[in-house]
Design a protein around this ligand. Structure first.
Ligand SMILES: Nc1ncnc2c1ncn2[C@@H]1O[C@H](COP(=O)(O)OP(=O)(O)OP(=O)(O)O)[C@@H](O)[C@H]1O
Ligand SMILES: [Mg+2]
Length: 311
């Protein structure tokens, strides 16, 4: 058991963190708006989601016909969805509507709520390059991670054909869903042996997992750095033995909870027989060793770490 001496984060700041405006692309959609979605609005969202496989911008006529609603009803529902940051309208090259992350969040949240996986969405607890994480209420407090891949690097994602096999015009939908599925697959495989959040459920681009009650390694100061690093390396070895390399290991993706480390953020994992597997292991180990050297002036030989992990 090792101890966290103090948090370098301002806990007060975390406690009073006020969520950014709902329409901010970094935050999941407003839970209140999801709760108050009318069934026609839900229907319109699902119709747009489906038709986006064929259209970059779904024409009003198509939404109306597929949804089986009158034109005025459809337009009214669309205007509300736009106001809530779930749908976007574009006039070029023709009038059309498209889902944005807020709308995709709403569909995932609605599905997870209907299944009983979660009953309430809490405040944001983390945000990375490609996700936003919220606290939520399930049978117990849980974390829900909304993957956000391809939205901000739209042009380059569009260039990459691999990103968009069937989901045609909207690579971010496919890429974000795939990212959540990959992370879920890793957590499912690892949970019995490796210290990771427990996967609970997933829908579209949203992954529900157990809530880690602790702080990221970069935000705390631990009393015994050697014990922490040993614990991390043990987990990296166990995951390697199960055939998985994290491939983005760093102090930002390790959390400290009740005297043990929890390794988070797995969507980019690779298999140990990946052609560049060795490079990924090396990078992961170098990152974590460099962090301990930098912050604690604790030196760990790279060769020893590699031996510990791959034997
Ligand atoms: N299960 C969890 N319990 C508590 N907090 C979590 C959990 N999962 C993630 N977080 C918090 O949310 C932050 C962001 O999550 P995560 O690292 O998984 O994604 P990410 O950083 O967006 O990915 P990327 O590395 O691509 O930027 C984490 O640093 C952590 O503080
Ligand atoms: Mg991360």
């Amino acid at each position: 058991m090792f101890k966290v001496m103090f948090s370098e984060d301002s806990l007060l700041q975390r406690a009073f963190y006020s969520p950014p405006h709902n329409h901010c692309s970094h935050m999941a959609v407003s839970a209140e708006h999801v709760r108050s979605l009318h069934r026609y609005e839900l229907r319109v969202l699902k119709v747009i989601e489906r038709l986006m496989k064929r259209y970059s911008w779904v024409p009003l006529d198509q939404i109306k016909n597929t949804g089986g609603l009158s034109e005025s009803e459809t337009s009214y529902r669309l205007s509300r969805l736009m106001e809530w940051g779930m749908v976007r309208f574009n006039t070029v090259p023709y009038d059309g509507y498209a889902l944005v992350f807020g709308g995709y969040d709403a569909l995932a949240l609605q599905a997870l709520t209907k299944k009983g996986t979660i009953s309430a969405l809490g405040s944001p607890i983390g945000e990375g390059k490609e996700s936003v994480v919220h606290e939520a209420l399930g049978l117990c407090p849980v974390a829900i991670k909304f993957h956000r891949v391809g939205g901000r690097s739209f042009a380059s994602a569009r260039m990459n054909r691999e990103y968009m096999p069937d989901d045609g015009h909207y690579p971010w939908i496919f890429a974000s869903r795939r990212s959540a599925e990959r992370e879920n697959a890793a957590l499912t495989l690892l949970q019995a042996k490796v210290s990771v959040p427990l996967p609970i459920d997933h829908n579209r681009h949203a992954l529900v997992m157990s809530l880690v009650n602790g702080l990221n390694l970069n935000r705390c100061r631990v009393e015994h750095p050697k014990e922490v690093l040993d614990d991390i390396l043990d987990n990296v070895r166990l995951s390697y033995q199960l055939g998985i390399i994290h491939a983005d290991l760093s102090e930002f993706n390790v959390m400290i909870e009740e005297g043990r480390c929890v390794i988070i953020d797995w969507p980019q994992w690779v298999e140990v027989d990946h052609p560049n597997a060795q490079q990924f292991v090396v990078k992961d180990l170098e990152n974590i060793i460099a962090f301990f050297k930098r912050k604690y002036n604790f030196a760990y030989r790279f060769e020893d770490a590699l031996k510990c992990v791959i034997g």
